[in-house]
Design a protein around this ligand. Structure first.
Ligand code: BES
Ligand code: MG
Ligand code: ZN
Length: 543
């Protein structure tokens, strides 16, 4: 990839992120399609920066801004921190005293050092109690460090944080993830660039010598997250089913994955009546996306594990003839392809991290629209496994598209299927904006996904698949209705999906809440979060 190569300097590796806009012309000459290059450059707009795993410590680093991560127990300052305080003429302690800084998680303080100082500013970030400190606490701390340095208009940042549980590499990775994700900003749809913006262009992870691989992993994972964020944030007149298919094609070409796009006729031939019922009202052709990553050669020689991940890919959900009304958030329904965005982001990362696992990435992409061709409330659709569905609500469209995607994935002979979907408002009522619901009849699969989510820092809560509630989906005329009673709405949605999986261990993640955030959090500006990418990658690569 142009501009992507590391370069050795002073015994450590520098990772050069994708080029800044000034360098477009240079890359237009490469063999890549210009639109792909533009897209990539836009994606990583703010990150034309060097990320360095440094053997320097906070005592000998020089630069614009040094940020020290402090747990509650690291106060009062001792050892190297006390030496650092001496080095900055006691101003670190003065800062701590004046701001009554106690190391509480998420708190910060920053001050200017003397004009003769080799470090211009010094900041502190609270990491909370070191007892029970998680990787996510460090990820968030590094994100805050990057944000305060950026706000202080620093060009170079030195991050001096503790190592988690003696895991130097994992710590380096999560610190990098926090900083990269915090600095990502999306100005694609603004006509004017921000004025007088000073950008951070160097971040040094201090006392992490030899951790170049961890930084590279972080960069790859974050590129996947950023792709997902940008797909979700883009409006529905830009990210159409065709655009999702094109994005899959870019990933396939850039990283050597196999790609199958099934057009409407091919889906018809496969009997995908549920998916096509939803697609009928749209002027835009549906695209059934199937990307496959196959490991080159299993390093162990054993048969490789095979998994499938499915993402709900509704590029806009108007509700159909059960039209979403004012106050229902219809204007936000571009986010209804957050599942598809997550699997595409994961595909981009997994293709580069090259695990010994075969991974299928699937999305039945379409829009849910109104027209004279639209499916009617009361229509009966037949899914590709032969089951009949009475559509008693056209706004429960995601499960109709997923039904055929699940039947398709089930035939691939994989060891596990995971679907991610912005499926129900009921899930947001239950768990709020930060937490996804996990439904699975398979305890082992639930455990492995939950364990991955703990490392990735994405919040997941297991919910019951209460078979008795399927009664609410009973239809007088067909095998089932597509919606049940209001109560337990995210559970009946999961039960509906379960009808389309035979024996394969399967899990469903309802990501309607965390796909988007109105608030700024440590490493997320308000907007699309890229939720799911990190957990999916960790689930496949980390296990
Ligand atoms: N895409 C929505 C679910 C959604 C709601 C996602 C809020 C993100 C934020 C889904 O297609 C939908 O409309 N679900 C209905 C189901 C109902 C008709 C049973 C809902 O949740 O209201
Ligand atoms: Mg809907
Ligand atoms: Zn929807």
């Amino acid at each position: 990839m142009p501009g992507d190569e590391g370069k050795a300097a002073q015994g450590h590796l520098q990772i050069r992120f994708l080029p800044k806009k000034e360098n477009w012309a240079k890359y237009v000459k490469t063999s890549k399609a210009v639109d792909t290059i533009e897209r990539e450059i836009n994606n990583i707009d703010e990150q034309g920066m060097d990320f360095i795993a440094s053997d320097q410590s906070c005592l000998n680093w020089t630069g614009d801004c040094l940020v020290v991560g402090l747990s509650e127990e690291s106060l009062p300052l001792t050892g190297i921190l006390s030496d650092l305080n001496d080095k900055v003429a006691g101003l670190l302690q003065t800062l701590i005293d004046e701001e009554a800084f106690e190391g509480k998680a998420g708190t910060t303080a920053i001050t200017r050092l003397g004009l003769a100082s080799p470090i211009k500013k010094i900041g502190v970030v609270g990491l909370g109690s070191s007892d029970g400190m998680t990787l996510e606490d460090l990820r968030r701390g590094a994100a805050i460090a990057a944000r305060i340095a950026q706000k202080a208009k620093s060009r170079s940042l030195g991050i001096s944080f503790p190592v988690w549980n003696n895991s130097q590499s994992l710590t380096a990775q999560v610190l990098s993830e926090g900083a990269i994700l915090a600095l990502h900003q999306d100005h694609r749809f603004k006509s004017e660039p921000e004025k007088n913006k000073v950008e951070l262009d160097q971040i040094h992870l201090l006392s992490f010598p030899g951790e170049e691989e961890a930084l590279k992993t972080a960069k790859i994972v974050c590129e996947g997250v950023i792709l997902a964020r940008e797909l979700v944030a883009a409006p529905p007149n830009v990210v159409t089913p065709d655009k999702l298919a094109e994005t899959a094609a870019d990933i396939a070409r850039d990283h050597g994955l196999a790609l199958k796009i099934l057009e409407r006729e091919q889906c018809e031939a496969l009997g995908m009546g549920a998916y096509l019922g939803v697609a009928k009202a749209s002027e835009l052709p549906p695209k059934f996306i199937h990307l496959t990553y196959r490991p080159e050669q299993s390093s162990t020689g054993a048969t490789v594990r095979k998994v499938a991940m499915i993402g709900k890919g509704l590029t806009f959900d108007s509700g159909g003839l059960n039209l979403k009304t004012g106050g229902s958030g219809i204007e936000m329904m571009k986010i209804d392809m957050g599942g598809a965005a997550a699997i595409l982001g994961a595909a981009k990362a997994i293709a580069q991290l090259k695990p010994d696992v075969e991974v299928h990435f699937i999305s039945a992409a379409t829009e849910n629209m109104v027209s004279g061709h639209a499916m009617r409330p009361g229509d009966i659709l037949t899914a590709s496994n032969g089951k009949t569905i009475e559509v008693n609500n056209t706004d429960a469209e995601g499960r109709l598209t997923l039904a055929d995607a699940l039947v398709y994935a089930d035939k691939l002979g994989v060891d596990a299927i995971v679907d991610l979907a912005t499926l129900t408002g009921a899930c947001v009522v239950a768990l709020g904006d930060d937490i996804a619901a996990l439904f699975s009849p398979d305890e082992e699969l639930s455990q492995s996904l939950s364990a991955a989510a703990i490392v990735s820092g994405e919040k997941i809560w297991q919910m019951p698949i209460e078979d008795k509630y399927f009664e609410g989906l009973k239809s007088v005329v067909a095998d089932m209705k597509n919606t049940g009673p209001r109560a337990g709405g995210s559970i009946t949605a999961a039960l509906f999906l379960k009808q389309f999986v035979k024996e394969t261990p399967w899990a469903h993640l309802d990501i309607a809440g965390p796909v988007w955030s109105e608030k700024e959090n440590a490493y997320n500006s308000p907007g699309a979060t890229g939720y799911g990418v990190r957990t999916l990658v960790q689930w496949v690569v980390g296990s």
